[in-house]
Ligand binder design. Structure first.
Ligand SMILES: *Cc1c(COP(=O)(O)O)cnc(C)c1O
Length: 310
């Protein structure tokens, strides 16, 4: 089983940086990028509870959704291959069916994932109606019975898996977690932030950094829906920053590339850029603008390792 080779709890390390200490702020990295070589970061946290549920329900196949560069698709393919599940990936964009595979899709296919390419309209419609019995029936008819994961893999089980980040931090941080703590993570589909926000002890806050453009309102409602689905209630004390997406998903503007190069040189840690670098840049910028009270302890969850495109 995958869990035998996982590094848990993931390490937590303090980053020593005069830019931050001048503002009276400390920064810790929660190194979820080191959890597992095949299924790293938050993909591990989110998929493991789903693999267990799929197995308990007697499923032999995972079915999920993603865009052409989805880390989630490749993670599901790798996790399925390592645990003996079949996997099916429904990919947004039927024009990709005949194009040469990009590295992410090529890797998913090498891991045995069956890729099916949907038109953007069909993809959107399938996801919109994913929980309706008619949609499930059509999917089962076409691909066989499967444990179905939504786009990005954020369901209630995934959010509950991500909540364990907070349990680990509470044990790792000197003094536990409390009112001076702000736990930060990127937001793609929101499962990671939902889990963190739900698990925080009284007084501590969570900050998510949206990596999608134009997602204000939408991502907040996704996180609140995950809270209702996973915990039967909503939670206070979390917010999403919508000013550090860098122009949209997968966009790495020159200022972000410069910031990332600098951070990597100074601290000797390579960063994943679509999510992790955007989150750290947000924290540095907010610190420079005096947005955090002195004494704040920031923890950035490093939700994944650098990939081929970093
Ligand atoms: C997939 C991914 C995310 C997105 O997490 P959500 O739970 O979907 O918000 C964040 N960071 C990295 C590195 C990822 O690969």
């Amino acid at each position: 089983m995958l869990s035998m080779s996982a590094t848990l709890p993931s390490p937590s390390q303090e980053i020593d940086d005069p830019l931050l200490s001048r503002a009276g702020v400390s920064l810790w990295l929660k190194r979820d990028d080191l959890i597992h070589p095949l299924v790293p970061g938050n993909k591990w946290r989110k998929l493991l509870p789903n693999l267990r549920a799929a197995r308990a329900a007697g499923h032999r196949r995972l079915l999920t959704f993603g865009g052409a560069y989805s880390h989630h698709l490749t993670a599901v393919a790798a996790a399925a291959a390592a645990t003996g599940f079949d996997s099916v990936g429904l990919v947004r964009g039927d024009e990709l069916a005949t194009a040469p595979r990009n590295p992410a899709l090529a890797r998913a296919e090498r891991d045995g994932m069956r890729l099916e390419f949907l038109s953007r309209a069909a993809y959107r419609e399938t996801l919109r109606a994913l929980d309706e019995p008619a949609t499930r029936g059509r999917l089962a008819e076409r691909f066989g019975a499967a444990h179905v994961l939504p786009e990005g893999g954020s369901n209630a089980l995934a959010a509950r898996g991500a909540a364990e980040i907070v349990d680990e931090l509470a044990a790792q941080h000197p003094g536990g977690l409390g009112p001076r703590d702000l736990v930060c993570c990127p937001v793609g589909s929101g499962g990671t932030l939902a889990g963190i926000a739900a698990a925080l002890p009284p007084g501590a806050h969570a900050l998510g950094v949206a990596v999608l453009r134009g997602a204000a309102g939408y991502l907040e409602s996704e996180v609140a829906a995950l809270h209702r689905a996973g915990w039967g209630r909503e939670f206070p004390r979390w917010t999403i920053d919508h000013d550090h997406h860098g122009g949209g998903y997968g966009r790495i503007p020159p200022e972000l590339a410069d910031f990332t190069d600098d951070f990597e040189r100074t601290h000797g840690i390579r960063l994943e850029r679509r999510y992790v670098a955007k989150t750290l840049r947000c924290l540095y910028e907010r610190t420079a603008r005096g947005r955090f009270p002195r004494g704040t302890r920031l923890t950035a969850v490093v939700t994944g390792p650098p990939t081929d495109v970093d």
